[in-house]
Every structure is written in C-alpha cells, then in structure tokens.
Design a protein around this ligand. Structure first.
Ligand code: MLT
Ligand code: ZN
Length: 467
C-alpha cells in the first residue's frame, strides 16, 4: 500500500485533491456526503459495502481523462461504476478510492439501421440502448433482468451474458469499437464499424471483461440484431434437468431457432410466487421448469405445438404465450429479487457454468454435499442452462461459512470441468479462486498485462487479482 493512499484513508476530507476534482467536473458532481454516496459504495445484494473518499460524476470523456490523470498523479485508486448492478463486488470501492460513476455519459449518439450498430456513452442503460434500437425495428443483443439500471460500460467491463447469449453471443462478440481512458489519462479509441478489421491486438476484446482493472470505458460501438418475425415463448414442466436437455435437443433438431432457454426449479417458482404475487404456472408439480423462446420463418406456434405433442414422454405440463409473454418471462426475471427477499442473510451468488453432459451429476453432487455439510443452507438454482450456465444461489448462509461454502461449490465445479464464473465476472467475490479456472502462467500473463496498462495499480485494486 503506498503512502498517498494511506494518507487519504486517514483523512476525513482530503481537501486539495477533492478541489482538483471539483474544478474538473463541477462541485455538484463530487459527492462526499455518506448518505448520498452509500448508493455507490454498497451493492444492492447487501453483501458488498465499501467506502470512498468521493463519488465523482464526469459528463464527458475529457472529464474522465482529467479525473483519471489527477488520480494517477495523486496515486488515488479508481473504481469505475455503471449501474451498480454487478453481483461480485467489482463496482464496490475499497477505502481510499474514488468511485468514478459513468452514469452521466448517457447519450445515445447514433443508431445505424443499415450497418446495424449503436454508438453510445458508457452510461446508457441496456434498456435505453434497446429502446433506441427499437425505433429502427432493431434490438440490442444483450438482455438482462437488470436492464433498466445496467449500463453499456458495465456490461462491456464484465462481458455480461444474459438471456440472449445463446442467440447473439456474449457482450464481447457484439462489441465493435471502444473508447476508454487509460490509467494515466490518455484516451484510447478503437472505433470502427467494420466486422473485418484485422490490425494487431484485439484491444476492445481485451478491455471487455477486464472489470475496470485496465481502463475506464467511456463510449462503445456495438452490433444490433434483427428481432425474429415470429417468436413464441413456452414453459414446460419436466421431471429432471436431463429431461429439459433432451427437450432442448428436440427443439434444435426440429429446425426452430432458440432465442433463449432458461431453467428454473419448482422451489424457485414458489419463491417468486410468494414474493411477487405471481400465479403458479401449473396446478401440477414438476421439479424442473424450462422456459424457451423460439422462432421460425413462419408459423412458430404450430411448430411448438408439434414438438410439445411429440414430447409427452418428457413433459408433465406446458403453456405457451405469444410475445412478449411477460407473464412467463417475469417468473424467470423475478428470481434474483425474490431470492434476495427470502434469504435471512445476503445471498451467496455463485454463477458457474458446467458442460451440459455433466450438469445432472453436478447438481446431484452439489445437493448431496450441501445436505451433508450445510443442512441449514437453502439452494435455489436457475440459469440460462443450454449455454451451461447455472446460477447457484445459497440462502441463509452464516457469515463465517461463506468462504468454506464457496470453496466447496467451486471445487465441485472444477471437478466437473466447469467455470467458476460464467457471466458475472470475478470481482472481489471470486478472486481467491481464479487458480481453479486458469493456469499459473495464464494468471502470470494477466498480471503482466495489468502491470503494462496500470503500472501504479490505481484501477480497481482488489478486483480480479487478490490483494
Ligand atoms: C440473471 O440471470 O437473472 C442474472 O444473472 C442475475 C442473477 O444471477 O441473479
Ligand atoms: Zn444470468
């Protein structure tokens, strides 16, 4: 820890430095009152709480650059933050840092309906980008339950996945150009709408998923997609995960395009119904519920009816809704909030991915390990499932048990050749377990890149790399 950071930590009001920031962004955008900054220094799950010398809210790339250069000079760490919807503590500052909020970089600059791209500030929300695209009959390719708060800078910084990943790919695969402020304040711009542009290192790809540790993202240029003409949503109650996977296989083989495929359990649906007042989808009981959004060139409805009728051996019950099928989608999208309300302690959220062929054995081993070692802990599993992603949510976990429980689940993930982070990133929550997903040379290479781009280690210290 360098002495400047310690000095700022010891001071209640590091005046001259804050005056510099006020000169750059205006006094109204340097927040120091704890009642106001709390919404930036704690995450909404209640698991992560930090503190910051100030929350700084620049309104342009030039202001981000000046703020970053001032921090570089004064050795003050920066935690860049978008909508603060992350789930691994990656946007929560450690003491002595500033939070650099990108929310005021909120301008949709252009939608190109022919090239199918959107150029926007990092603070534009996912819902805002989708709304701008919809004016041209297009769609933003990333869809998240937190879309009204999650920002484009945030989804790029974490390489977010979400419900449309199976159709459009992850955020990285949809990013064409990026503008980002480097640790010393220089502005990197790689901005081209060309799909084919093979000149040197893939710097936008490198910054995607870097979780604020390599640069502060200020603007993005992203692909847009064409919404399917005839999509339908159906929910099927099945007995096992294996049955849900077999149903998916039949859907794909029928020639339907899978727009989204989500897995829930009856326990999860029960919580959602309790906390949101939603109606149970079926009167009968099915341990596993699979939600599919599918499309065809024409008559998707008839194709779905055909598959469901031919799959009576797999399906206990099914219901289909025409788009946007809010009633069915809300059963899935209300999971995070309902689980948070239900748990007596901050939920331990372990977002993992498992090869499809091992999913059943992973869930079986997880459930038996929890029953044996942590009988008081409740697990609610849900996820995007056909990309291997399961969100393991552990409720009622005593604070002292969080690390050992996490360790146990991640060891099982590694045993099943899965990943400890499917789409939420590493943040502060998982930085002690990176070795389970990467070799020592891989981690060493990441450290070298970090050192090359952030030699003073002011960008989001404690995130991705352990302290
Ligand atoms: C989701 O799929 O709903 C998000 O990843 C949020 C979560 O895992 O709770
Ligand atoms: Zn998810």
């Amino acid at each position: 820890m360098n002495s400047r950071i310690l000095r700022l930590r010891g001071e209640r009001e590091p005046g001259p430095f804050l005056d510099t920031l006020r000169d750059i962004v205006g006094p109204a955008h340097v927040l120091t009152d704890p009642a106001t900054t709390r919404g930036y220094t704690t995450d909404w799950t209640g698991r992560w709480a930090g503190s910051a010398v100030a929350v700084v809210r620049p309104a342009s790339t030039a202001e981000v650059s000046d703020v970053t250069a001032a921090c570089f000079k004064a050795l003050v760490p920066i935690t860049a933050q978008g909508g603060n919807t992350g789930l691994v503590g990656g946007g929560i500052p450690e003491s002595g840092s500033i939070v650099l909020s990108t929310r005021r970089l909120d301008r949709v600059e252009a939608v190109d309906p022919i090239g199918r791209t959107i150029a926007a500030g990092a603070g534009v929300t996912v819902a805002g980008a989708d709304q701008a695209a919809s004016v041209h009959g297009l769609r933003f390719g990333v869809d998240l339950a937190s879309k009204t708060s999650a920002t484009l800078g945030g989804i790029v910084a974490t390489n977010a996945g979400g419900a449309r990943m199976i159709r459009n790919g992850d955020t990285r695969s949809q990013l064409l150009g990026i503008e980002a402020v480097l640790a010393d304040g220089f502005v990197l711009s790689r901005w081209t709408s060309l799909c084919k542009d093979n000149v040197g290192y893939d710097l936008p790809g490198l910054l995607t998923g870097s979780e604020g540790t390599l640069a502060v993202i200020t603007r993005v240029l992203m692909k847009l997609s064409t919404p399917p003409a005839d999509a339908h949503v159906f929910l099927a109650g099945v007995a096992t995960i294996d049955a849900a996977l077999r149903l998916y296989d039949r859907v794909v083989r029928s020639g339907l395009t899978v727009e989204a495929a989500e897995l829930m359990t009856e326990d999860g649906i029960d919580l959602v119904c309790t906390h949101t007042g939603a109606k149970r989808p079926f009167d009968t009981h099915s341990p596993v519920l699979a939600l599919f959004e599918v499309s065809a060139h024409r008559d998707t409805e008839a194709a779905v009816v055909e598959i469901l009728s031919a799959s009576e051996d797999l399906i206990d019950n099914a219901v289909m809704d025409p788009p946007p099928a809010r009633r069915l989608w809300q059963l899935r999208e209300s999971h995070t909030e309902s689980i948070g309300r239900e748990s007596s302690t901050p939920v331990v959220k372990l977002d993992v991915s498992i090869p499809l062929g091992s999913m059943t054995s992973f869930v079986r081993d997880l459930e038996s390990s929890l029953a044996q070692h942590h009988p008081a802990v409740r697990a609610i599993l849900f996820g995007h499932f056909v990309d291997g992603n399961i969100h393991v949510n552990l409720l009622d976990v005593a604070k002292d048990d969080v690390d050992s429980l996490t360790d146990g689940v991640f060891s099982l993930v590694a045993d099943h050749e899965g990943s400890i982070s499917a789409e939420h990133g590493i943040g502060r929550a998982k930085n002690s377990w990176v070795h389970l997903g990467r070799t020592p040379i891989d981690v060493h290479t990441m450290n070298r890149i970090k050192f090359a781009l952030d030699p003073r280690r002011i960008l989001n210290p404690g995130v991705l790399f352990p302290r």
